[in-house]
Design a protein around this ligand. Structure first.
Ligand SMILES: [Cu+2]
Length: 151
């Protein structure tokens, strides 16, 4: 009887860890933003997402620790003017990658609650498949580096 207990225990561990590693294969890499100036109300966050699984995912942004609002924006050209447009979610297909980068799709943090200082970090919360929250650390970079990122 005692042995059965152990079998269930190990089954639980196997199921739990395999589900866990599958989650870990949706990889958020190198999330960053730039330091803000006093009074700045919004900023853009960039990140690379790698889907190493055999499943498709939808990704949305739920919130951040430093702003009242967070949205996914894409850039859209209309009458020769480039505008930001909110999108509800990003689809990332099996074995595919999505890049949030300057000049393209980005995460917009609005109504910043504090100034973002060079070298600090904070967390943003992604919503995976409309149900699971994934917290991702964002590094705040010196704004002088910005020139190297934007052409
Ligand atoms: Cu934006």
């Amino acid at each position: 009887m005692r042995n059965f207990k152990y079998i269930y225990y190990f089954l639980f561990i196997i199921i739990f860890t395999s589900a866990k590693s599958e989650e870990n294969n949706l990889v958020f890499h190198g999330a960053y933003t730039f330091e803000t100036f006093p009074g700045q109300k919004s900023c853009a966050v960039y990140v690379s997402i790698f889907n190493n699984t055999n499943k498709d995912f939808t990704i949305n942004i739920e919130s951040s620790d430093v702003s009242e609002k967070a949205e996914i924006h894409k850039m859209e050209k209309k009458d020769n003017i480039i505008k930001m447009k909110k999108i509800e979610k990003i689809n990332i297909q099996a074995k595919d990658q999505v890049f949030f980068q300057p000049g393209g799709t980005h995460i917009m943090l609005m109504n910043l609650k504090k100034e973002l200082e060079d070298g600090s970090s904070f967390f943003i919360n992604f919503l995976i498949n409309n149900k699971k929250i994934q917290r991702i650390k964002v590094l705040v970079l010196n704004k002088k580096l910005r020139e190297n990122f934007i052409e």
